[in-house]
Ligand binder design. Structure first.
Ligand code: KIV
Length: 280
């Protein structure tokens, strides 16, 4: 049986140069298949706002929505390291509220850690959650919850000065006690420095090679249709499969092909005649 990784396994994997592979999951079936495939970690990302709820960003996602989806993923993948993603508004208003919400993820969903966005400005929050005995993963670079302030979903750290600020954010997250950091949407040169400077695992999405990669499941499956970021590689065409299946089903029902005999229940012997007699 697959063994769930711990923070120490993840650290060893960095130290030995073994890549960690993870993906987002928002529902039971996807999480079950990801665990079966041998995924190292699962993130119940607030990207569910776009991938599941059809919002234009992650800002509207609530704690309750994240809790529902995280619970389902935890049930589906008991042997995989599961990350709860703290939605916008659940850790910005104060340390006490942030700790309360991190605790909810642990008590109600059984996550292995929580992830939150930001660097220097969220360091006190990270420290407080870690002091509460919980694991925190940082998230720096392109932080979708502040895409408004960043002027949209755009690459960050493309000048030496802005890259320096991201490297300092990553360091602040590490010094606050985060066991790992996710770097999103920055040139690979920036990620490389963070990866070299920090002793903890550094994972990337749109950040080039580092200690491991995460992708949005509906992007790699070829399911999400609204847009495809530059850093996404599609490994399948699940949307195409949906289209084929839906078209075939519509066609068969309309033409009386489905349901066939093989999809119907049989009456108990002798009961068909009785029924017909009663209802003729
Ligand atoms: O919410 C999410 O899916 C994320 C990704 C950027 C990994 O944080």
């Amino acid at each position: 049986m697959k063994k769930k990784l711990t923070r120490f396994d993840l650290q060893t994997m960095k130290d030995e140069g073994r890549k960690v592979v993870w993906v987002t999951a928002y529902d039971y079936v996807t999480a079950q298949l990801a665990e079966e495939a041998g995924m190292d970690m699962l993130l119940v990302g607030d990207s569910l706002g776009m991938a599941v709820y059809g919002y234009s960003g992650t800002v509207p996602v609530t704690m309750e929505q994240s809790i529902y989806h995280t619970e389902a993923v935890r049930r589906a993948a008991p042997n995989t390291f599961v990350i709860g993603d703290m939605p916008f508004g659940t850790y910005q208003a104060g340390i006490e509220e942030a700790c309360y919400n991190a605790i909810r993820f642990h008590k109600e969903c059984g996550v292995d850690c929580v992830k939150l966005e930001g660097g220097v400005r969220v360091a006190p929050v990270i420290s407080a959650i870690c002091d509460g005995g919980m694991l925190v993963m940082g998230h720096v670079g392109l932080t979708p919850q502040s895409s408004g302030a960043m002027g949209g979903f755009r690459a960050q750290g493309r000048t030496a000065d802005s890259a320096k600020a991201i490297i300092e954010d990553a360091r602040a997250v590490y010094e606050a006690g985060a066991f790992a950091v996710l770097v999103e949407g920055v040139p690979p040169e920036v990620t490389e420095i963070i990866c070299r400077e920090l002793p903890i695992p550094v994972y990337g999405i749109g950040g080039g090679p580092c200690d491991g990669q995460v992708m949005i499941c509906s992007d790699i499956l070829g399911l999400f249709q609204a847009f495809t970021p530059k850093f996404v590689k599609r490994y399948g065409d699940v949307a195409g499969e949906y289209r084929k299946v839906f078209a075939a089903y519509i066609d068969e029902v309309r033409n009386g092909v489905f349901p066939g005999d093989e999809h119907t229940y049989k009456m108990v012997d002798g009961e068909v005649e009785k029924l017909r007699e009663q209802w003729k």
